[in-house]
Design a protein around this ligand. Structure first.
Ligand code: AMP
Length: 306
């Protein structure tokens, strides 16, 4: 990693998550789309975080961000309570129910980019209200590549603003159910074609343990999820994938099909580490060497000798 200025800016949610799996329950652990995405990107490039926390946000969590090397000039701490989210996973660890969403300081959040972030060439608008994504977009000066993520909530309650986001970005990431909901198409290929028609050059559809697909006018690429024996907590896997993807893209410096495919592989590998533990716990001890080793194993797994 040679670069030192903030090459990638990520805006999104910061949450204190309470997560229950069939085996374990954890309370008020560090979560939120921007936390996972910045952590995932930090292995590849300097990354700046734009988000908001309340007075109750634990100092060790801020230290965790610093330990990843995340630039925190865009982190606002304001009076009030931090955003909270709680979810429970079914036995298959794929489907999840949201039990609670408490907006708290998020309700009045207005993301303001520090001057050092306005010229960042890469921007990732992680999951957050489309209005806030647009507000961030209006502050960046001619970025080279902008990606956005979203969720079913915004597709349902803020569709028009979300379509504005989609028309303004280079890449949209969605999971399979969100792609179906957004496009009103069950078939993912048809859904992808429809969504690409709304503006972005690229669309990534994430399919959880079944990997991800990249769609563009140049064709389709698929990447599997790295097969794991033990998945402890899938929360934030999509954000970690997107962070790893964007980080790898910045590191490569080009936007051709080879760079996109390489970024897909890194996104998948980094996300596979993330789900091995709750919160950012596994990512905190992760090294680039471990990423490279798993990438090599991943290459071997996906090799077709046909
Ligand atoms: P994912 O597993 O990719 O859906 O991401 C889960 C993360 O999203 C959790 O850490 C939550 O804190 C965060 N989250 C949950 N609901 C929302 C929301 N309405 N807006 C933004 N972030 C959210």
């Amino acid at each position: 990693m040679k670069k030192t200025s903030v090459e990638l800016v990520v805006v999104g949610s910061i949450g204190l998550d309470t997560v229950a799996t069939p085996w374990e329950r954890r309370e008020e652990i560090l979560g939120g789309s921007v936390s996972f995405a910045c952590a995932g990107a930090s292995f590849f490039t300097p990354v700046g975080m734009v988000g908001v926390v309340g007075e109750d946000f634990p100092e060790p969590y801020v230290q965790a961000y610093r330990d990843f090397g995340i630039d925190l000039q865009g982190l606002q701490r304001v009076p009030g309570r931090t955003f909270r989210w709680s979810g429970v996973y079914d036995a298959d660890m794929n489907s999840r129910r949201t039990l609670l969403t408490e907006l708290n300081v998020f309700a009045a959040f207005k993301p303001e980019l520090p001057p050092a972030y306005r010229k960042a060439p890469y921007v990732f608008l992680a999951n957050i209200a489309p209005d806030l994504q647009l507000h961030v977009l209006s502050q960046v000066e001619s970025p080279k590549f902008v990606a956005a993520d979203t969720m079913d909530l915004w597709i349902n309650v803020a569709r028009e603003r979300l379509l504005e986001v989609i028309a303004s970005v280079d890449l949209l990431t969605l999971n399979d159910s969100e792609a179906r909901l957004l496009a009103g198409e069950h078939n993912l290929i048809k859904a992808a074609r429809k969504i690409l028609g709304w503006g972005p050059d690229y669309l990534i559809i994430k399919k959880g343990e079944h990997g991800a697909m990249l769609f563009s006018a140049s064709g389709t690429a698929v990447v599997p999820a790295y097969p794991l024996e033990s998945v402890l907590d899938p929360t934030g896997a999509g954000d970690t994938f997107a962070g790893g993807f964007m980080g790898a893209l910045v590191e490569r410096g080009t936007l051709d099909q080879a760079a996109m495919r390489r970024a897909m592989a890194y996104g998948s590998v980094v996300a596979s580490f993330g789900v091995e533990a709750f919160s950012l716990d596994r990512l905190q001890s992760l090294t680039r060497t471990e990423i490279e080793h798993r990438l090599a194993a991943f290459r071997e797994l996906t090799r077709l000798d046909a």
